[in-house]
Design a protein around this ligand. Structure first.
Ligand SMILES: Nc1ncnc2c1ncn2[C@@H]1O[C@H](COP(=O)(O)OP(=O)(O)OP(=O)(O)O)[C@@H](O)[C@H]1O
Ligand SMILES: [Mg+2]
Length: 498
């Protein structure tokens, strides 16, 4: 009988109020990439955290190389050759890249830590990933894409036989993804087993051998990737087929400009001219590092002073911090939601209603009206289909995709005039993506100005009206979505020389 590197049989995992895994099975062979797919909250990360010793199962059996095993802790899992890259990046922000990679396995010289040696070894691993990262910098100073690279380097450095990657490419650029896939294919050749979790279904064909699908904590199917079409995979994940992945709302934009940006310049962006009309969705495209987030954060006041002009509804405004821009009706839904958008130790309703606290509390005694808080939170939980057992659940206990929806809900409640989404569907499953596009359409229909930064070109082409393409901190071209193509966008996104 074939023995698996790792096998899970009939695994059960219950959290208070949530049956996260309801008797699921999963197995991993040597030298394969086994993709684990399912909607937000399906139980994918929970299964992986049982493999990595973070969670204890409530039932079922685990076998390692055919032998029953109890995985007691993350350190125990590492010693068994199980390496994991967690979905929610897990680095210690105040430690350096090298210290993070070799955390609790530090090289020593006598009784002290051998920093130099750690940095040299870290550099070697980063080089195999073609990652241009200085091992001596603190990880808090790195972009999310670089932090993700450090996580990957850390897992590789452990020489694990089993490598679990929970959405490793969610923040990587195309080039970084290609490099990661090269590494994955090499690891596969060396006989490692890889569990791969992703909501980017298009990329699976590059690496995947087998697929397992979970839905609502249940095992739906395991099959060779080659036997399935993407549409079949989607309908098994969702439990129904999705006809229209990009529901577009056709509507004439309004006459008035919601936002006018003239000659906007600061340390990050140069001479930006941009208009946004009511009832319009404007996409911002560009490569990682083109200055898309920086442009939107400048408009949001996150960098303080700027040169040039910003007008909202035709009125010149002075925005020197985010409070100013919120006052003028601008909302910005950040890309790095964990760092900028969520209080993860607080409850669902507290997080959702955070942006309207002033409206639902008594000014004099600071008392929060619980009924209002619940009403508004419930509205968003329903609208965005946030999967939570109750409103008081701590946000850190929700699945990754459901955490994202909370941040979106929080800003929607504020009733903005202009709403900026920075990578709104990162980490979000196919059917929830469609829900978010529908919400964007609704905002557009209500006459709001919507800006979307996205690295997914099909998404930008699928839901926007116009696209501003950035490179090197400048807007290179503004395109009509209906008249453009991926190739034309890439052409302007790579105009580095002027
Ligand atoms: N520590 C926890 N405490 C309570 N509930 C939890 C905890 N961790 C996960 N859950 C719940 O278990 C279910 C499965 O979550 P899990 O994180 O495994 O989903 P997932 O498939 O990884 O989703 P995503 O694609 O959004 O990352 C969800 O309903 C989630 O809210
Ligand atoms: Mg997950």
């Amino acid at each position: 009988m074939e023995s698996f590197l790792l096998e899970a049989k009939n695994i059960k995992k219950e959290f208070p109020g949530v049956l996260a895994l309801d008797g699921v099975s999963f197995n991993l062979k040597k030298g394969e990439v086994h993709a684990l797919l399912g909607e937000n909250g399906a139980g994918k990360s929970t299964m992986m955290k049982i493999f990595s010793g973070v969670h204890k199962k409530n039932g079922g059996e685990l076998l390692l190389n055919g032998n029953p095993i109890e995985i007691k802790s993350p350190i125990h899992a590492a010693s068994l050759g199980i390496g994991i890259i967690y979905q929610e990046l897990n680095l210690c922000p105040h430690l350096t890249v090298a210290e993070n990679i070799f955390l609790s396995r530090e090289f020593t010289k006598g009784i002290s830590v051998d920093k130099k040696k750690m940095e040299i070894e870290a550099k070697k691993i980063l080089d195999t990933l073609h990652a241009d990262i200085d091992p001596s910098v603190k990880t808090k100073n790195l972009s999310i894409s670089k932090q993700q690279m450090v996580e990957i380097a850390k897992a590789l450095s452990q020489n694990a036989e089993i490598i679990i990657m929970d959405e490793p490419t969610s923040s990587l650029s195309e080039r970084e993804i290609a490099q990661l896939f090269e590494i994955i294919n090499k690891l596969k050749k060396n006989g490692k087993g890889i569990v791969y979790i992703s909501h980017k279904l298009d990329e699976l064909k590059e690496i995947t051998d087998r697929v397992t699908i979970f839905r609502d904590g249940k095992h739906i199917l395991t099959d060779d990737f080659a036997n399935l079409t993407l549409d079949e995979i989607i309908s098994k994940m969702v439990g129904r087929s999705i006809e229209d992945k990009f529901p577009r709302l056709d509507r004439k934009r309004e006459e008035n400009k919601k936002l006018e940006v003239k000659n906007l310049t600061n340390a990050f962006v140069k001479n930006i001219d941009l208009d946004l009309y009511g009832g319009e969705v404007l996409g911002i495209a560009g490569l990682v590092g083109a200055g898309r987030t920086e442009l939107c954060k400048t408009i949001f006041g996150a960098f303080g002073k700027y040169e040039g002009e910003i007008k909202v509804d035709g009125q010149l405004v002075n925005i020197s911090n985010p409070q100013d821009s919120i006052k003028h009706g601008i909302s910005y839904i950040a890309e790095d939601r964990k760092r900028e958008g969520l209080a993860i130790n607080m409850g669902v309703s507290q997080n959702i209603s955070f942006s309207i606290l002033d409206k639902i509390s008594s000014k004099i005694i600071g008392y929060i009206f619980q009924k209002d808080l619940e009403k508004h939170s419930n509205e968003m939980v329903e609208k965005l289909k946030i999967k939570t057992p109750h409103l008081k659940q701590k946000v850190k206990n929700l699945s990754g995709g459901n955490q994202q929806k909370i941040v979106i809900g929080k800003w929607l409640l504020r009733n903005p005039k202009i709403i900026i989404f920075d990578e709104p569907t990162r980490g979000i499953d196919v059917s929830a993506k469609v829900e978010i596009y529908k919400i964007i359409n609704e905002l557009k229909n209500n006459g709001l100005g919507v800006i979307i930064i996205s690295s997914e070109l099909p998404e930008i082409l699928g839901i926007t009206d116009r696209i501003a393409v950035m490179c090197n901190g400048k807007v290179k071209k503004i395109l009509e979505t209906k008249k453009t193509t991926q190739e034309e966008i890439m052409h302007y996104a790579t105009q580095f020389n002027d």
